[in-house]
Design a protein around this ligand. Sequence first.
Ligand SMILES: Cc1cc(=S)c(O)co1
Ligand SMILES: [Zn+2]
Length: 262
Amino acid sequence: KGSTWGYGEENGPSLWHKDYPVAQGSRQSPIDIVPSEASFDPRLAPIQLSYDQCTSINISNNGHSVVVEFDDSDDRSVIHGGALPNPYRLRQFHFHWGEKGCHGSEHTVAGKAFVSELHLVHWNAEKYKTFGQAAQEPDGLSVLGIFLETGDDHRWLHKITDALYMVKFKGSVSDFKGFNPKCLLPSSLHFWTYPGSLTTPPLHESVIWIVLKEPIVVSEKQMGKFRMLVFNGEEEDSRSRMENNFRSPQPLKGRKVLASFK
Ligand SMILES: Cc1cc(=S)c(O)co1
Ligand SMILES: [Zn+2]
């Protein structure tokens, strides 16, 4: 069977282009965001997250990250504003992180990396019938990226980190109801936005990225709990700690980054 992609020496980001040639495309993510080169656009609407009726379903380890999935059968939880043409439906969120004491975010800000990055994935259900179809369209997805930096414990992140032991191995799934990701937002919703892609294969160039300027603060201890996850399945004999599951910044190729703030 074909070798599946990952973050190791043999199957990591520098090799993804062999199976996914779009990896060398013209709107790949992540990127290095250079604030001084971003242009303030007063026409950008503020970001609004209508998550109050959101329905989280489960938390799972897909062998690349830990993912919380939502019921996206109607418009109960949507994001709107920014450069989005209409509201996009919340589908799932997941994280990318590094190893102990090291960086692990995907986007960087003037070359600065953060310890982790939270991605809230939304899709354009107004225009496309399914997530899978939307994921292949240039205006199909919108991912809200939030940086994590280390400091004090995050008062709500424990709801996620306390569940991680249930999904240690690839393929494990556990109930995860009643979680509203609004509790993971920083105080400011100032953002940068630009056209990009999924940061994991199939790397579809279908994402309108919205990256918040203000990071949230989590403790090193809380980050450590993400690192007890493993990439491998319970039955596999290889034991590889889930960490450094991030792609590095990709060429801008002429794209403009817009800022919602001066
Ligand atoms: C849909 C999706 C989006 C991102 S950013 C990711 O890492 C995996 O899957
Ligand atoms: Zn992601």
